[in-house]
Design a protein around this ligand. Sequence first.
Ligand SMILES: Cc1cc2nc3c(=O)[nH]c(=O)nc-3n(C[C@H](O)[C@H](O)[C@H](O)COP(=O)(O)OP(=O)(O)OC[C@H]3O[C@@H](n4cnc5c(N)ncnc54)[C@H](O)[C@@H]3O)c2cc1C
Length: 389
Amino acid sequence: MDHQNQSTQSGIVIIGSGLAGYTVIRELRKLDKTVPITLISRESGYFYSKPMLSTALASNKTTEQLVSTNAEGMAAQLEVTILGDADVSAIDTASQTIETSKGSIAYGKLVLGLGADQIRLPLQGNAANEVITVNDLEEYAQFRQAIAGKKRIVILGAGLIGCEFANDLVLGSYEVDVIDLAPQSLGRLLPEAAALALQSKLSEAGVRWHFATTVQSVDRNGDCLSITLANGSVINSDVFLSAVGLRPRLDLAKAAGIATGNGITINRQLETSAKNVYAIGDCAEVDGLVLPYVMPIMQAARALAPNLLGQEITLSYPAMPVMVKTPALPTIVSPPAKGAVGEWKIHTLEDGLEARFESSDGKLLGFALLGSATAQRGALTKELPPILQ
Ligand SMILES: Cc1cc2nc3c(=O)[nH]c(=O)nc-3n(C[C@H](O)[C@H](O)[C@H](O)COP(=O)(O)OP(=O)(O)OC[C@H]3O[C@@H](n4cnc5c(N)ncnc54)[C@H](O)[C@@H]3O)c2cc1C
């Protein structure tokens, strides 16, 4: 059998059992019940909702409780072959095969749903290797174990994930210190007034903030971690969680000669630079955008599935607000596009805040809604321009 025949017959192969991989499969199955699909993943192939990782500690959820369906259930439900606990080490785009820890596999069409890694800042100190990140179920289990019976937690990063963990952990009666190089929380998503409102509610809930500084070193002294900040102060803690951002997983694509930028570069049909190789989710970049959120994955999967089946569908993104899961002050953000010209207009409400980013002619280009203002989400989203037309 020549390679072409072999690959034509080998159907669709998807790497990654995260939301991206599984949403593509669900969309494919709506269109075609029989096309052969193989899913390969480092994880076993279970399905869980990753956004719950930052809201499940207060309610003491175990990893088992976070898994909605195990690999066998997913395989039966979606009629896919799942190769779990398998690491993909190489892609050969010429022969259309991938190398995995469980052997090589040929593909007709390949989808990269590889996700992103938490960024780890290089830190000094004898306990720098004790820094924890939470980006998948295994790490969630390790974090739960690390904080069991402990009281004090330091979080590096006051972005979306850092703030969500901070809120969840104070709800779970932990003492929480949050450190960020920026002068405010959610620096890339919120104007200052909105950030101050969120910080104030989280402070009332017990969060302590350390802005405009970073961590210099992490040292263990007996049971205690001493975290020395660049501004000279020292925080004593039991556990150190790092949540400073995500970096798309590019190594496999780069080694295969597939074009990458900040993410794996795809066009509006979700094709990479290699024939019959597509990318989706946190690992992908389209038109300069890496959007590591749920809604863009849903949109992208709806476009990718028909493309994999031979139709030509162009990806578009409507405005897609993101919810920050901070019950101390529920927050919804739809930041203006990079380089958008305009200014923030702030309306403070009794128990909330509405921030509108408007152009000089009054067009709404972005918003942040806090507390009672979140009720405006639907109406304001309709006014926003699409992210990708
Ligand atoms: C704590 C937290 C809270 C979040 N909250 C929200 C929220 O409230 N709202 C929102 O919109 N978004 C949220 N997000 C983001 C959202 O969860 C992600 O955008 C989404 O889950 C990413 O899905 P993915 O499939 O692209 O990546 P992942 O879920 O990371 O999946 C990647 C898959 O690829 C596999 N893989 C990678 N490399 C290999 C390899 N070489 N071989 C085999 N398998 C491989 C991995 O094992 C994994 O199965 C949150 C993220 C986190 C971490």
